[in-house]
Design a protein around this ligand. Sequence first.
Ligand code: ADP
Length: 623
Amino acid sequence: MIRSLLIANRGEIARRIIRTARKMGIRTIAVHSDVDATMPFVREADDAVCIGPAPARESYLVQAKILDAARATGAEAIHPGYGFLSENAEFAEAVEAAGLVWVGAPPHSIRAMGLKDAAKKLMVAAGVPVTPGYMGEDQDPAHLKAEADAIGYPVLIKAVAGGGGKGMRKVDRPEDFADALLSCQREAASSFGDNRVLIEKYILGPRHIEVQVFGDRHGNVVHLFERDCSLQRRHQKVIEEAPAPGMDAATRAAVCDAAVKAAKAVHYVGAGTIEFIADASEGLRADRIWFMEMNTRLQVEHPVTEAITGQDLVEWQLRVASGEPLPKRQDQLSINGWAMEARLYAENPSNGFLPSTGPLTRLRLPRGIRVDSGVEEGGEVSPYYDPMIAKLIVAAPSRTAAAAKLASAAGKVEVWPVRTNAAFLARAAADPDFVAGHVDTGFIERHADRLVPAAEPSAPVLQAAARALLPADAADAWGALAGFRANAAPETRVAVEVAGHGHLVALDAGATGGKLRDVAGETLLFLGGEAWPVESPRADHAGGGGGVSDGALLAPMPGKVIAVEVAEGDTVTRGQKLLVLEAMKMEQAMLAPFDGVVAELKASVGGQVSEGAVLVRVEKVED
Ligand code: ADP
C-alpha cells in the first residue's frame, strides 16, 4: 500500500481524498495556487506546496510543477481528482515515468476513450450499443449534412474532443444545419483545439444513465450499478441519484453488463463511468439505451454510489493503484436504499444563473446529511475555479424519502452575500414530477417557471419577513403599525423593507417563518434556500432617531394619496386619521402615532408617492 499521496486538485475533491487517505494511514500532500493558500484542503493535508498563481494554467495544470512538488515532498503517488489533469494521458505517463504511482486510469484507456468518435467505434466492435449516428473521418460540410439528413432530424452535432457539455449543437431542421455546424466547429476549435465533429440522432425526452465501473490490475472488472443524472441544466448535471428511477432488474442487468464489456474492451483499471443515453419515452428499456462516452476518472457524483453500495470508492482507487485486487466481487455488491446528490453552486438562478463570486460571510450547510464542501464560512468563492460550493448528499430507504430529505436540506442552506441555487434545488427536489420520477434532461428547462425563484420577494418571503420583524421590538412596532393599519381591516399589517424596497404585508395566520440572522450588520431572512436583507422602514430622512419616535409616517409602498384630513399645524390625537393612501388596490389609513402637532405635511390629494417617502410628520407636544 502506498504511504504518501499528493493530490493534484483543490476544493471539495481534495478534501474528500484526504479524508479517505487519512483513514487509511496515508500521508497527504496538497498542492495549491496563491489564492487557495488558506483553503481547508491545504490546512487539512499533512503537507502543502504552493505551485503558482491563481489561473489554473499557471498552477493546477502545470505538470512539471506538480511533479516537482511530489519529488520535494517525497510523495509516492498522485491522485488527480476530477477535472484538471485527471484525464490527461501525457500526465499519467509522466507520473509513471517519474517512478510514482498514478491513482487514475491507465494512459492507454484514457486515450482510447478520449475522442468520442474513436470510442464509439471501439464500443461497436465490443458489442456495446451506441447512439445511432455518423462518426466517420469525412468532415466535408456537404457530407456531414447528407449524413444528418439520413439520420433524420433533430440531430446533435458533437465535437469529437468535446466535454463538460461544450461543443454540442442540436439541429431541428435541415436548413439550420450549416450554421450550427460552423458554430459548433468554432467552439470545438477554441475549446478543444480540434474542430472535428460527429453527428448523433437527437434522442427525445432522453435520460442520462451512467454506470460506475471499477477494474484492477488482475483483470477483474465489476460495476457498482447505475446513477441517473438526467436533471441537467444546459447539459450540466444538477441533481444525481442512484439507483435510476424506473429501472427494472432485467434492464439494469443489460446496461451494467454493457458497461463492464465497455471497460474490459479498454483494459480498464481504476474508477470509471460509462455514460449512456436512454430513450425513456416508454420507460427504460434495454434496447433503447446507448453508449455515449466513458469518463476515465472518479466522478463528481460518486457519493450516491457510495451511499447505496456502502463502499468507499476513493479507498478502492488507492487499493487498486497499490496493486491490490478489487475489494469486492460482483456478487458481493448490492443496492441498499436510495441516494441523491445536489450540486450547490454560487450562481443566481433569478438572474439567468449568472455565477456569483465573492466572500462567504455566512455559510451554513445542513447537518445530519453528508456534505462534501471545499469552502468554509469566512472564505470565498473565487472567480478562477468552478463555482461549486458543496454537494448535498442524502440517503434514505426509498426514493420519496430521499427526495424529501434533499428538498429539506437544500431549504436549510444559508449563504450570504454570494447567491446560490439552493432555493432552486429545494424546489426541484420537491417538485411533484420529480418526486414521481418523471425526469429527463429537459426537465429543468420545461419547468423553469416553477423552479426558478422570482427576482422579487414572493408572498411567503414577505410573510416570513413581516412575522420575523413583528415581535422584535413590539412596542415601537405597534406604534409604527398604527399608521399602516387600515381602519376597517381587522388583520395586522406590517411594513417591511425587503431587498431595499418597502412592502406592506397583511399577516396571514398560517404563514410559516424563515430564520432571521444578523450577518455583518445586515438583518437577513433565510427561507427555503433564499436569502433576503430585511428591515422595518425607518424615518431617518428627517434626521431624527428613526422608527416612529419622531412621528414620521412613510409610504410603505408606491401608491396614491386619496384623502388628506389634516393641515400643517393641526393638533392631532393618537389614532386620528391623517390621510388615506391607495396602494395594492387597497385603502390604507395613516393614523397619528401619538398626540401632537402636524409639523410637516408632504402629501396632497391625488399625489403619487414612492415607497419610503415621508408623507406626514407629527411632533409630540412637550408639556
Ligand atoms: P460531454 O462530454 O460534453 O459531457 P456528452 O456526450 O456526455 O457530452 O453529453 C452531455 C449531455 O448531452 C448528456 O448527458 C445528454 O443530456 C445530452 N446528450 C448527449 N447526446 C445526446 C443525444 N444523442 N440526444 C439527446 N441528448 C444528448
